[in-house]
Write a protein that binds this ligand. Structure first.
Ligand code: URA
Length: 257
């Protein structure tokens, strides 16, 4: 990639000053890049393929705990949209203006999963339309992508958590069948989890973003890459460069698929 092109896309993502600070002599830069690549390949190999379509249903009292589960599994897009709009399965329905299913290309290779709608999204019915959304659009542009073109954007929960708090684990679990159905319908080639709640609902456990970056996980056999949430990046500007590395890693992995 030419220096000019790199500068342009980093500027689009808003990380150009950070990149300048980190600028290295060409030969050192090559070594760092080779090391990063080696680290990524080591991480990818031992990761067990994990199907949450299967494991998510293990040991569930499905009717009581996951009321959306049976409903969601066989829905088409219209049915899913309606089921999400009508859902009253958890407390998040009480204060939402509207449920927010997702946006984008329903045959996309790329799926980005965020946390949950904020005030702007609750108002407009579309994910990532506020400040974090602007940064997400810049992040997409940094890897030559555009909202709606071969990319679908969804959230771990479809209703706004009051005060934009982080969704609770039980709220994400209740909403997960909807996300699972979205994934089943889209069949993306690669999923990018934006932030911890997204990683948690897709991968289970208590993932840490710093420890999960640069690794390849799986959801129902689909590769999952974890990076920072754009809202976090708005508060932690120096980590934008890491997010860009993660997107480049995702792009490299996509190219291999
Ligand atoms: N943050 C998210 O995680 N999702 C949105 O849709 C908006 C902000």
């Amino acid at each position: 990639m030419s220096t000019q092109r790199r500068d342009r896309i980093l500027a689009e993502m808003g990380i150009k000053p950070v990149w300048r600070l980190r600028e290295l002599p060409a030969e050192v830069e090559r070594e760092v890049s080779a090391e990063m690549h080696a680290e990524a390949s080591v991480n990818e190999a031992p990761e067990p393929a994990q199907s949450h379509f299967e494991s998510a249903s293990e040991g569930r009292d499905a009717a009581a705990q996951y009321p959306a589960d049976h409903l969601a599994a066989n829905l088409d897009w219209d049915g899913l949209q309606q089921a999400v709009a009508d859902c009253r399965a958890c407390r998040l329905c009480e204060r939402r203006k509207q449920a927010v299913l997702g946006v984008g290309d329903r045959q996309a290779d790329w799926l980005f999963v965020g946390e949950g709608p904020g005030a702007d999204e609750d108002e407009r019915g579309e994910p990532f339309v506020g400040q974090a959304g602007k940064l997400l659009d810049a992040m997409l542009a940094s890897i030559s992508m555009e909202r709606g073109k071969n990319v679908y954007i969804a959230n771990a929960v479809k209703c706004r958590p009051p005060g934009n708090r982080t969704p609770e684990v039980d709220e994400m679990a209740t909403c997960r069948p909807f996300l699972e159905r979205q994934i089943g319908l889209i069949q993306p080639k690669l999923i990018v989890a934006l932030g911890r709640p997204a990683a948690q609902t897709l991968l289970g456990g208590e993932p840490k973003i710093s420890a999960s970056r640069g690794r390849l996980f799986r959801f129902a056999g689909i590769p999952v890459i974890v990076t920072y949430h754009p809202a976090y990046l708005l508060r932690n500007l120096t980590d934008k460069a890491k997010a860009w590395e993660d997107l480049c890693f995702a792009q490299d992995e996509m190219a291999k698929l």
